[in-house]
Design a binder for this molecule. Structure first.
Ligand SMILES: [Zn+2]
Length: 308
């Protein structure tokens, strides 16, 4: 499923949504690897934004405990141990191939019932670059593919925290530039739009809770166009005003609305044409709340200074 923010767009602009790869730009790119290892089965998956996928499942072929005693029991245990090692290595090989290729892999969580997951980690057959990304080893009631969802449920908070920490860092970087008066930041809708048009914006930082829409108006007679920025509750009023208005350029009454779209989308279109990064920031952190309330929900860090 696309994230909520895209769903919201769909409700509001039923005619012309997603004209540009908005979804791709605005969905979270961060990926977390999910590995569930049990004695009998294992599964590998990942979560990216709201999408969870199980990529591979494995069975070990190891059966229940042998009941004989003495010599034969010890020999049996050794064989089992070796079979387990081969199982861990088989899983690791696949994971190494899959996860080392994965862009934006932020972290890995490992879960499962019993001691197999710890043994799997201790076996060290997982590539060291992936081992460095292990963010937690968690005890679960389920193994295999079923365990993937259970694992995600258990680590959701940690993933959210990473998201919040990143959001905080993005805003802190902006605040630092601002307080040092480096001239490498911009805020306020008009200022940011100007900088975007000049191709000066490195990162466009927008509050997820930005409640603004852009109404594009065009005169069919002379081609004159302009736009208005309004809050959601003001859209209807503004649209009927525009329908009644005459073109300020030629006086014709064929002055009408071309399209109404969320400002995030309008800015996103501008940004994508300039190779600008977009960061959507929630209001869950103090910094995110400051972005929304103090800075009107839109700020930018710059590639170069702009002057007017
Ligand atoms: Zn006109």
């Amino acid at each position: 499923h696309p994230p909520d923010v895209v769903k919201t767009f769909r409700y509001h602009c039923d005619s012309e949504f997603l004209l540009w790869p908005l979804e791709e730009m605005l969905t979270t790119k961060e990926t977390y690897g999910l590995i569930v290892v049990g004695r009998k089965e294992a599964a590998v998956g990942y979560v990216r934004g709201n999408k969870i996928e199980v990529i591979r499942e494995f069975t070990s072929g190891i059966h229940g405990k042998h009941r004989a005693g003495g010599q034969s029991q010890r020999r049996y245990e050794r064989l089992i141990e070796e079979a387990e090692k081969r199982f861990y290595r088989r899983i690791s090989e696949v994971i190494n191939d899959l996860f080392l290729e994965m862009e934006d892999l932020k972290g890995i969580f490992i879960g499962g019932p019993g001691p197999s997951k710890e043994k799997f980690v201790d076996d060290e057959s997982l590539d060291y670059r992936l081992r460095e990304k292990i963010m937690g080893v968690i005890d679960l009631g389920y193994g295999g593919a079923e365990g993937i969802r259970a694992l995600l449920e258990r680590v959701q908070d940690k993933i959210e925290n990473v998201k919040y920490i990143q959001e905080k860092q993005i805003m802190q970087k902006f605040m630092k530039e601002l307080s040092n008066e480096t001239g490498m930041v911009q805020y306020g809708l008009e200022e940011v739009q100007n900088a975007l048009n000049l191709g000066a914006v490195d990162t466009l930082i927008i509050s997820e809770d930005l409640d603004l829409y852009e109404i594009n108006i065009k005169c069919e007679n002379c081609g004159h166009n302009e736009s208005r920025i309004v809050k959601e509750v003001e859209i209807e009023d503004m649209e009927s005003k525009i329908q009644e208005a005459m073109c300020p350029e030629c006086g014709s009454n064929s002055f009408g609305i071309e399209k109404t779209l969320p400002l995030i989308e309008a800015l996103g279109e501008l940004a994508s044409n300039r190779g600008t990064e977009i960061e959507l920031i929630s209001s869950e952190t103090e910094e995110g709340e400051m972005l929304r309330s103090t800075f009107g929900g839109i700020v930018a860090t710059l590639r170069f200074k702009v002057s007017y």
